[in-house]
Ligand binder design. Sequence first.
Ligand code: ATP
Ligand code: MG
Length: 446
Amino acid sequence: MNNFSPTTPAEIVSEPSPLVIPRAQHSISRRLIDEDALKILYRLHRHGYRAFLVGGCVRDLLLGRTPKDFDIGTNATPSQIKRLFSNCFLVGRRFRLAHIHCANGKIIEVATFRRQPRPEEIPAEPTQQFRFVENVFGTPAEDAFRRDFTINALFYDIATFAVLDYTGGIADLHSRTLKVIGQPEIRFREDPVRMLRAIELAKRLDFTMDDKLIQGLHACATFIADAAPARIRDRIFELAQRGVLGTILREAAAFGMLAPLLAGYQGHEATFALLERLDERSAAGVPTEEPMLLAALFLERFLAESPPHNSVVNALKITNELLQPHCQYFRIAHGIRHQAQEILITVGRLLRGPGARGARRLLVHPFFAPALELLSLWSLDHAVLEALIRSWQNEPLSGEKNMQENAPQQSPKRSGRSRRRRRNRRKAPGACSTSALPSPSRSPES
Ligand code: ATP
Ligand code: MG
């Protein structure tokens, strides 16, 4: 912390002037700003600090979209922020950030303006470099230039209600162009995750990448392998929750970024299409859980490598070979990997059809519902499986079981007695959902 250099008034005076878009010339009204964020901005301002809305929320408000979060930038240091807000906690491994906890469980991030350190300032000790580089305080202009894209570097100043543009973001918003601040190749080397953010933002906002950005992505695609696995894993999971993972991975593959992004993973069109089906499901309000995502990522290869009527033992071996290196690289918990394997193995058993030996036991298998759902999503692009899916869905226990899966606190284990009773009931209509995956324990049927 001793290395941090707080902003001084002298620095503010000497910083480059932004393009100022006065309140009358932009569309950000205070009515559109989260009221807790607004209160924080006002309090910082009243205490003499500069207080801006920063980043994606300014971009989204100017585009008439609803921001995902409202981030605040200020020249108050983290400890000064903490003194102003009793509900403030200083957090962050990468950035030293202030989190202000609001009444309704909402957390607003307040960050001190930062800058890129000069090379001679960076500590020699490699373990200290990353934290240092991310935490050198700076002026608003410096803070704008350390951001990733011009459209993400706009500030809304609570003192004047004006939008401040240091990097040309307003013009790029108007022309719907995504542009990196600075040289893409340098910025992507500094932080390869920016490449994934570029692909995601262009897709989400339906913006065109400028030529330099496209060239930078082609040139630097393989650097993504240098990003911390935990960050990539979080990002991938977030993309799945946002319902855009399929398209983003397809685009990443087009830039030659897929294998370096996912530890050597080779995905093909059928997998991207399956992920898009999961995305649609997620957009319809069924969140994608990590075991399901993992199973979806590897379904195509599992099916390709499994011979017809594969034994469960062999299926387990194949899933181990497919998932183990991926899970080890991304430090995915054993329980999650185990559930993904169970889903895949159960898909293999479903492919044998409801007439096969052991099929009745499969109907009460804890992973029957998620496996059937995954196979149903796959069948949407593989019409040859439609009849098989229907026959499973029409099995008397199938719908019943799916309803059981959805019931809160339903134990995956069934007693023999209740199983007999359910057998005579009719299937309930409606699609199955895996919003509550069963516990990872292996069932006796497997
Ligand atoms: P959204 O919240 O809608 O996903 P966002 O652009 O706000 O999009 P955040 O992760 O909330 O994304 O980041 C907030 C801001 O922080 C960004 O708009 C950008 O200015 C800056 N930022 C985030 N990640 C990076 C990065 N890797 N490099 C440089 N600046 C970044
Ligand atoms: Mg944001």
